[in-house]
Design a protein around this ligand. Sequence first.
Ligand code: GLU
Length: 456
Amino acid sequence: MPSTTTTERTTTAWLAALEQRIERRDPGEPEFHQAVREVLETLAPVFDARPELREARVMERIAEPERQILFRVVWQDDQGRTQVNRGFRVEFNSALGPYKGGLRFHPSVNLGIVKFLGFEQIFKNALTGLGIGGGKGGSDFDPRGRSDAEVMRFCQAFMTELHRHLGENTDVPAGDIGVGGREIGYLFGQYRRITNRWEAGVLTGKGIGWGGSQTRTEATGYGNVLFTSEMLKVRGEDLEGQRVTVSGSGNVAIYTAEKAQALGAHVLTVSDSGGYVIDEKGLDLELLKQIKEVERGRVSDYAERRGGSARYITGGSVWDVPSDVALPSATQNELTEADALNLVRGGVKAVSEGANMPTTPEAVRVLQAAGVAFGPGKAANAGGVATSALEMSQNAARTSWPFERVEEELAGVMRRIHDTAYETAERYGRSGDYVAGANLAGFERVADAMLAQGLI
Ligand code: GLU
C-alpha cells in the first residue's frame, strides 16, 4: 500500500484534528494525551480501509470514558490523625466484557494518569482475545512508610465507596503500582463485609487459597519475557546468554528477572526511585525477593547484603548499562530519548515494556529507527491482565487450576498476542512495527463490538 495517498493524508489530518479536540476538552492531562496521540498516530490505515468506522465516530466514543468516578477517602492514621485522599475509578469501555484493570496507589495518581492507564487498558485487554473491557482506578494515597494497620484502614475506607460501583459482571479491579496481595486482601475483605456476598470474581490478584489464581503474581513479568522471546525468535535469536537490564524492583521487575534467568539470560540490574543496582554476577533473586516482598526494603539494601558483585548507583540511569535486551518495568516515561540513544550505542537488540508506557514517544522513534525490536506495553505486559481473566474463569467455575496449566495458558496467550500484533502490522503495511500492530488489532476488536452493539 503506498504510504501517502490523498485519502491517507486526509485521514491523518482528520486524526490530528480529533486529537486536538480531545486535548482541548481535557486540559492538564498530559499522560492521557500522550496515550491517545500514540494510538491515533497509528490508526490511519484502518480508517482508510474502513470509512464506516470514521462515520460512526468510534474513536471519539472510545476516547470518552463510559463513566468516571471520583470520591473522597477519609481514614485515620496510627497517631489518630485524620487523613484525606482522593479515590478514582474510570470505567472506560465495556464493549468486550466487564471493566477490567488495576488500582494504583501512588502520590502521583491524578485523573489524567488514571485515564491514560484506562485508555491503554482497553486495547491491551482487547488484544488478549478474552472477554474483558477496560478500566483503571486508584488513589493518591502513598503506602510507603505506612504500617499494615494504616494500609488496612485506608483500603477499607476506599472500598466503602468503591464497592457500589463493582461486581463480577460489572467492574473487576486488580493491583498495579502500590497495590499487591496485601491490599487486595483488605479490599476483598471489606467488599465481602459490606455486600454480604462471597463474590470471588469481583477482584483479581487474590491469595491462593481464597480464590486467587496460580501464576497471577508472576504473570506480567513472565509474559513480557515470553513476548520478548517471540520477538527475538522472528529474528532467529533467543534469550540464552543475553545481557538483560531490568528497571524497577516491584512485582513486574522481579518476575521478569526470574523468567529471563530461567531462559538462560544474564540479568544485571534492578532499580527504585533512589537509584539502581548493577550485579555483574547476575541477580540473586532469593535475596531480592526477601528484601522487597518480605521486608518491603530498597534496592540499596540488596547491594549492601549481596556483597562484592553488586554496586548501588545513584544519579544516572539503569539505561546507562549496555545490554542486549532492556525491559523497562518501573513506571511511565522512565526511558527517555537520551536513554534510547545510549541503549542503541550499547548494541541493544530488543526493548519490551513491562510497565505501562515507560518509553517516551521520542525514545520509541529512536529505537524503531535503529531497527530495535520494540514491544509496546499494551501487547508485551498483557500477561498480567490475561491471567486475571483466567482467575475470573476459575472463580466462575468455582475451581482452581494448577500452576503448570495457568502458565501454559499464559504462554499461549502471549504467543497469540505477539502473532496478532505482528500479522496485523504486516496486513496494514507496517511490517515489524508492533506499536502499530497492537493498536490496530486492539482497536478493530473493540470497534467491531461497539458497531454491532448500536449507539453506545
Ligand atoms: N495493572 C495491570 C495492568 O496494567 C493488571 C490489571 C488487571 O489484572 O486487571 O494491566
